[in-house]
Design a protein around this ligand. Structure first.
Ligand SMILES: C[C@H](O)CC(=O)SCCNC(=O)CCNC(=O)[C@H](O)C(C)(C)COP(=O)(O)OP(=O)(O)OC[C@H]1O[C@@H](n2cnc3c(N)ncnc32)[C@H](O)[C@@H]1OP(=O)(O)O
Length: 725
């Protein structure tokens, strides 16, 4: 746990209470108890007239200590020294000790004031912040609602509509915006923050400034009828956007309770709802994803060696197609100089044009100013030869997936680049040892697998071979962080982690269809489960050409577990290739809206004929649960193989790869976490049964079989599991 608060009283009679719990001054039980003690002390001392609350080292507080949620879920508040009285923190500490105090308190906010941090600040009688401060209630992204009075105070400070937006999107606002909204009373520089806050506290005491208890403000809350309309509108929106999630609806109910029955009743309802949500699977999954995401940058025997990342200033990108231009965009947006190389002027102009278009679209959406556009684009240079490559710190090759072309490029790079230059490939499937076969630079060859569109998608799959040096990995992790990607470091194999998990996803869907399941029913069930789109809609989006090219690598490397269907090739023969041709598994109108195509039956029948498979009536009647299991258990099976082969070092890395690379719903915790929530034994038994009926494609791997035999979770660390086997 750890963490504390300190109290120091100045000659002006203002007590400064500082929250100290690095790195983000999170609110552990120790911090909360200490805050209460410091406040009680300040209230009792005769030499204290007013109070300022702040956080150490330029951060107010990142909110409740998320690592303590596990304990709370098991009911450990009492043993941690915190009273288990209902609503103890929000009612006893924040409302009845701080807000109801006879001495005024002011929050001095620099850096983060998130979740419980902002809730403490809102219980003070005024808030002074820096312009760069970030204030928000991001609890919903963890599957809970604000639990220290945030659902009641935020609407009373900024109005219902804005409060709903801030809570439902979990997005913080910056100091200036917070000031405009009325969440913050003044903006000052970091140097002036404490002095200004002390002065404000004294001004409140002397009634030169208003003494406001946020909980009882009414001026920003709409009249009941209007408030209900706003709340119902939000309810409908949330139902549409997140139909599987309950906690956003609960948040709206709790806010409504405060408006209808008064803020004290609201606080109690908030406490009760918080306790229930905390113990739900959604919260457990989202907290797992929170820590798993931060854990991906901790790679044993790589990031624990004390290596410092080398400075990368200039990056060359080879190929200005969709991927190359996206990668170049991500790099220049984050301060890197980029040299974009193409084979001829026409392709180069097209590549540079794509980067410009990416940036222009950000300007249009208001995410980038025209001035920033000019500055960003000035970091990009186009070239047709390798002359300038001697000054480049890193190259990212993003040409078409052709082994001999890539081999030629890497041997050229070895000639033209400095001996320290990192040589990365954006290949999504090809073995990196094969790509570097004709070079002697194996220690600096690495995979930098981006996902399309590369300047938008958050995942970066970093692929190391047995010869890639730890320094090269550390360097690429640093670039990944600077371009705001979540990196997952994986080993070298066909398809790496994400595409290997993706492959059975489409394959099982094809198998189901050939045996009689409906394409659109499968897509609907998978979307309802929480994927952004079903396997068939995804194939249309990616394009059949890409799907077949990627698939062929798997067919070649893992023939025993490939389901060979002729459905896509048959459609290709008729020039159906997905969304680009406006015909794939769906038909597309001018606005790219997809609708089912009755003609699809004809291709399915033909492909059944070729495979010699006849329709089984039960496949036409599969429940959504059956569809999900038949589509996703093969994905779990492949994830198990990837883990057992050591391609991923932690099962949690596969969860993040699935969530960020495949769009697997984060509130299900990732593919391995989800598998564990179902149980290795059940998954094994189902796969085994299907394998006996429908063939090798479903055969459970050894790792899964062993886990099921001993009833062990799929995700426990490999080293610990082995001796138990
Ligand atoms: C009752 C209340 O209403 C309930 C709550 O308050 S719930 C908590 C609400 N707060 C949040 O959701 C904020 C969560 N944190 C974040 O979004 C981000 O960590 C941040 C914006 C604070 C900082 O981001 P960034 O600078 O990129 O650093 P980041 O790597 O994420 O975090 C630094 C470290 O602090 C830890 N950390 C961040 N917030 C934490 C928190 N609230 N509790 C515990 N640890 C936290 C991270 O796990 C990480 O640890 P590590 O170095 O061991 O991996």
């Amino acid at each position: 746990m750890g963490g504390t608060t300190t109290i120091s009283v100045g000659s002006d009679g203002v007590a400064i209470i500082t929250i100290i719990n690095p790195p983000v001054n999170s609110l552990s039980f120790d911090v909360l108890n200490s805050l209460k003690e410091s406040f009680d002390q300040a209230l009792q001392r005769d030499d204290v007239k007013a109070i300022v609350v702040t956080g150490a080292k330029g951060k107010f507080s990142g909110g409740f200590d998320i690592s303590a949620f596990g304990g709370l879920q098991e009911g450990k508040a009492l043993t941690a020294g915190l009273s288990s009285k209902p609503g103890y923190v929000s009612i006893d500490i924040l409302s009845d000790t701080m807000e109801a105090a006879k001495k005024p308190s002011v929050a001095a906010i620099d850096g983060l004031a998130l979740g419980g941090g902002l809730e403490i600040a809102m219980a003070c009688h005024a808030r002074i912040a820096t312009s760069t401060a970030q204030l928000g209630l991001p609890e919903l992204q963890l599957g809970i609602i604000p639990g220290f009075g945030g659902t009641q105070r935020l609407p009373r400070l900024v109005g219902l509509a804005k409060a709903l937006e801030m809570m439902l999107t979990s997005k913080p606002v910056r100091g200036e915006e917070a000031h405009n909204l009325g969440l913050v009373d003044a903006i000052v520089s970091g140097d002036e923050l404490l002095n200004h806050a002390c002065q404000r506290a004294l001004d409140i005491l002397a009634r030169r400034k208003p003494w406001v208890s946020s909980l009882y403000r009414t001026d920003k809350i709409e009249p009941l009828g209007e408030a209900r309309e706003i709340l119902n509108f939000a309810r409908a929106q949330v139902r549409r956007q997140a139909p599987n999630l309950q906690h956003p609806q609960v948040c709206i109910d709790v806010i409504e309770e405060g408006i209808v029955s008064g803020p004290r009743a609201g606080l109690l309802k908030e406490y009760e709802a918080f306790q229930v949500l905390l113990k739900a699977d959604t919260c457990k999954s989202l907290i797992h994803v929170f820590f798993a995401q931060r854990g991906t940058t901790k790679v044993p025997r790589v990031t624990d060696l004390g290596l410092k990342p080398r400075q990368i200033k200039i990056v060359a990108v080879l190929g200005g197609g969709l991927m190359g231009s996206g990668i170049a965009t991500a790099l220049i947006l984050n301060g890197y100089q980029v040299v974009l190389k193409e084979v001829n002027q026409k392709f180069l102009d097209a590549g540079l044009g794509r980067v410009k278009a990416n940036l222009a679209s950000s300007v249009k959406k208001g995410k980038l100013t025209q001035e920033k556009f000019e500055k960003t684009i000035s970091r990009l240079t186009g070239v047709l030869d390798y002359e300038s490559f001697k000054d480049v710190d890193m190259v990212i090759e993003a040409v078409i997936e052709n082994v001999s072309l890539k081999q030629q490029i890497f041997s050229d790079l070895e000639k033209y680049c400095s001996p320290n230059c990192i040589l990365a490939s954006n290949t999504s499937t090809i073995d990196l040892n094969l790509i570097g076969e004709k070079t002697k630079s194996h220690d600096r060859i690495i995979g930098a697998h981006f996902f399309s569109p590369a300047h938008v998608m958050p995942l970066l799959e970093i692929v190391r071979t047995s010869k890639t040096s730890p320094q090269t990995v550390v360097d690429l992790l640093d670039v990944g962080k600077k371009i705001r990607k979540t990196p997952v470091v994986v080993g070298n194999c066909t398809g790496f982690a994400v595409n290997r998990m993706f492959f059975p996803y489409t394959q099982s869907a094809l198998l189901l269809v050939e045996r009689g399941a409906d394409i659109y029913k499968i897509d609907r069930a998978v979307t309802k489960f929480g994927m952004p789109m079903g396997p068939f809609r995804l194939c249309d989006l990616v394009g059949f050409g890409v799907a077949v090219a990627t698939g062929s690598q798997f067919v070649f490397n893992f023939p025993e577990r490939t389901y060979k269907s002729m459905l896509i090739p048959l459609m290709q023969e008729d020039k159906r290739a997905g969304e680009t041709t406006r015909k794939g598994f769906y038909l597309y109108n001018d606005k790219r809206k997809a609708s089912p195509d009755p003609e699809i039956k004809k291709y399915i029948e033909k492909s059944r004929e070729i495979s010699g498979i006849s329709v089984e009536p039960k496949f036409g009647k599969l429940s959504d649960k059956d569809i999900i299991e038949m589509v996703f258990f093969p994905v779990v099976n492949e994830a198990c193989r990837v883990y057992a082969e050591g391609i991923a070092v932690k099962a949690a890395d596969l969860d993040i790869a699935g969530v960020m690379g495949m769009g697997f719903p984060p509130y299900r915790g990732g593919i391995m976490f989800w598998g564990d929530s179902i149980g290795s034994k059940y998954i094994y038994e189902r796969l085994n049964e299907w394998s006996n009926m429908y063939g090798e494609f479903f055969k459970p791997c050894d790792y899964l079989a062993q886990r099921a035999a001993i009833g062990a979770p799929l995700s426990s660390p490999l080293d610990q599991a082995k001796p138990r086997l």
